[in-house]
Design a protein around this ligand. Structure first.
Ligand code: ATP
Ligand code: MG
Length: 236
């Protein structure tokens, strides 16, 4: 088997106290969608932070496109092509939509206008609201700003921690459609989701995380069809 585009392999670590992750492995194939689901406190966000370099792991490694990036800072990982939308505080509320997008491009020295237009094509409402403070937008629109900000670096891999938190089912479906559209452009997606059923429907690979360890790994549809996964994690 060839190496996945991104892999956090056998990751063990935490925030200085007891370990939160216990030999956790998460991988994404090039241009594919991987989804992490699991109960509250399972360590989903911690696994994302470990992959992005915000957490020290004392076993395992993170590799991107065959290169060991375990020792790199988050900023260095952005330069390598990783984009991350954290679960909370993922936009600057007092800045306008457009300023948020400009902030996302902080590592770039080239012309960012084409990328900004692509993001406005992906999320047309952001074009209409580009002069408004992002804090005035609805929850779904703010998430679009956060995703757009991460796309401004032209990442090869986009990491999203609960992009549909607190939005209506219709807005959730729309966001998932946009995420599929992003994946179709060749960008790999690693996503944590509370809306497990809907997210697994679009997942090429799904990970069920429990207490910082891999409980089940399979294609999204296979996990949805697995009676044990259904009973224990998907409410029957
Ligand atoms: N900054 C932190 N410092 C110390 N412990 C933390 C920190 N963040 C999370 N934890 C702990 O790590 C464990 C896993 O938390 P994490 O946020 O990764 O879970 P999660 O699966 O993302 O949960 P949720 O579904 O609620 O977002 C929890 O016990 C949590 O209390
Ligand atoms: Mg979380």
């Amino acid at each position: 088997m060839s190496e996945p585009f991104l892999i956090g392999e056998n990751m063990t670590g935490g925030y200085g106290g007891a370990d939160i992750l216990h030999g956790c492995t998460i991988a994404v194939e090039r241009g594919k969608i991987a989804v992490i689901v699991g109960p509250n406190g399972a360590g989903k966000s911690t696994a994302m932070k470990a992959v992005f370099g915000m957490l020290n792991i004392h076993t395992g490694s993170v590799r991107l496109d065959g290169e060991d990036i375990t020792a790199l800072s988050p900023q260095a990982r952005v330069a390598k092509g990783m984009g991350f939308v954290p679960q909370v505080n993922n936009i600057f509320t007092s800045m306008t939509v457009e300023e948020n997008l400009e902030m996302g491009a902080f590592l770039r020295n080239d012309d960012i206008r084409d990328t900004m237009e692509q993001i406005y094509d992906l999320f047309p409402i952001l074009r209409d609201k580009r002069r408004q403070p992002a804090g005035e937008l609805s929850g779904g629109q703010r998430q679009q700003v956060a995703v757009g900000r991460a796309l401004m670096t032209q990442p090869k891999l986009l990491m999203l921690d609960e992009p549909t938190a607190g939005v209506s089912p219709i807005v959730m479906d729309e966001l998932f459609d946009r995420i599929i559209e992003v994946a179709r452009t060749g960008i790999s997606i690693l996503m944590v989701e509370q809306n497990a059923r809907q997210a697994l429907e679009i997942a090429d690979t799904g990970y069920v995380l429990v207490q910082g360890a891999n409980a089940y790994t399979d294609t999204g549809p296979a996990l949805l069809a697995n009676p044990e996964v259904r009973r224990t994690f998907l409410g029957g």
